[in-house]
Design a protein around this ligand. Structure first.
Ligand SMILES: Cc1ncc(COP(=O)(O)O)c(C=O)c1O
Length: 354
């Protein structure tokens, strides 16, 4: 049975998008493909309002998180974490043989300037940080963090924008990250399988000096091809068709209307959750794409099953708060009327469970 997804990713992909992805295949070493890649990158620049260089890869977002560490760090980095995905990036550093200094902030709370000030070693070559922590529903104040990083030695700044991009303005011109990574299956409302990275000149210069960058995730090699609108390896052509289509949709709607729509959906979900349960993330720093609802000892398994039976799907908790939370995704192409449908269904289920 098909269900409407209010999940944290992959999210609901609308039929028009799936249809756009079913265009005939093109071979990726020719003009048709080059035009497609060129157009997609140009539209990404517009949608994200950035001049950073943009690369694509047929992998999930984690691939490019690994690229940052492999291509941007000789020896030492600092990983900031206030949730599972922050921890994951620290782990990616360690598993790639880098020395990782950890800055661990409290789960459910935002990373603030005071977590960073005086905590970055002069040898740290890069900082990793997650913009929207999908395990806790915290949207970190990235401009404050970027400013604090610049005031504390100015190492490379790598940002996981996986569940933030497309839902909230990243203010890339002000934030000036050296890398920002995201993937197709979140607020872009596409199927999974395509990762995107925005990179600075500073990172690309550094990458040329770093040994053992590997092949698939080597930004230097990827750039050589991208300069000619070509992919390093066989690309996810159908996902590029889809991305091209979704970016047209984004640009037609307009970025500020898109972010307002996400804010309006968030407000509705918050109102619903606060009346019935509670929210895990601290007030003032709550995500615009994922709400993490505090379920305590409530029977989430039965609730989830009944919601599914009615044709809707939400997401379970994640990481160390897996058993005391559940998550609702409100991003991509969804609108407030979809959220109303979901909250009505969840209320009907709560009534049944009384
Ligand atoms: C914040 C965040 N970072 C990284 C990832 C990993 O992304 P992917 O599964 O596309 O590799 C996820 C996936 O949910 C995420 O939410």
């Amino acid at each position: 049975m098909s269900r409407k997804l209010f999940t944290v990713g992959p999210v609901e992909v609308f039929p028009d998008t799936l249809e756009a992805m079913s265009r005939p295949m093109v071979v990726h070493r020719g003009k048709d493909y080059q035009n497609l890649q060129h157009g997609v990158v140009e539209k990404l620049h517009k949608a994200l309002d950035t001049d950073l260089e943009i690369f694509l890869s047929p992998c999930s977002a984690t691939g490019f998180l690994e690229s940052c560490v492999r291509c941007g760090v000789h020896k030492k980095m600092t990983g900031i974490s206030n949730g599972s995905f922050g921890d994951r990036w620290q782990q990616i550093g360690t598993l790639n043989g880098k020395t990782v200094d950890r800055i661990d902030a409290t789960w459910g709370k935002a990373v603030r300037r005071e977590h960073i000030e005086g905590k970055i070693s002069p040898e740290a070559e890069a900082i990793t940080v997650v913009s929207n922590e999908s395990s806790t529903g915290v949207l970190n104040p990235m401009l404050e963090i970027a400013d604090a990083v610049r005031a504390n030695g100015d190492p490379l700044l790598f940002v996981d924008g996986v569940t933030a991009v497309g839902a909230v303005d990243m203010h890339l011109r002000e934030m000036r990250p050296d890398a920002m990574v995201f993937g197709s299956q979140k607020a872009l409302a596409l199927p999974p399988g395509l990762a995107i990275i925005c990179v600075s000149e500073r990172l690309m210069k550094k990458a040329e000096t770093v040994q053992n960058r590997g092949y698939y995730f080597d930004l230097v090699e990827i750039k050589k091809f991208a300069d000619k609108d070509l992919p390093l390896t066989t690309p996810a052509v159908s996902l590029l068709y889809g991305l091209d289509y979704q970016l047209d949709k984004w640009l037609r709607e307009g970025s500020s209307a898109r972010y307002d729509r996400h804010e309006a959906m968030t407000k509705m979900v918050h109102e619903w959750a606060m009346k019935r349960f509670g929210l895990y993330a601290e007030h003032g720093f709550r995500s615009r794409s994922i709400s993490v609802v505090e379920s305590g000892r409530f029977d989430v398994a039965t609730f989830d099953k009944k919601v599914r039976e009615k044709g809707y799907e939400i997401s379970p908790g994640y990481g160390k708060v897996k058993d005391s939370t559940f998550r609702i995704g409100h991003m991509g192409d969804l609108t407030t009327s979809h959220i109303k449908e979901l909250t009505d269904v969840m209320d009907a289920v709560l009534e049944e469970m009384k």
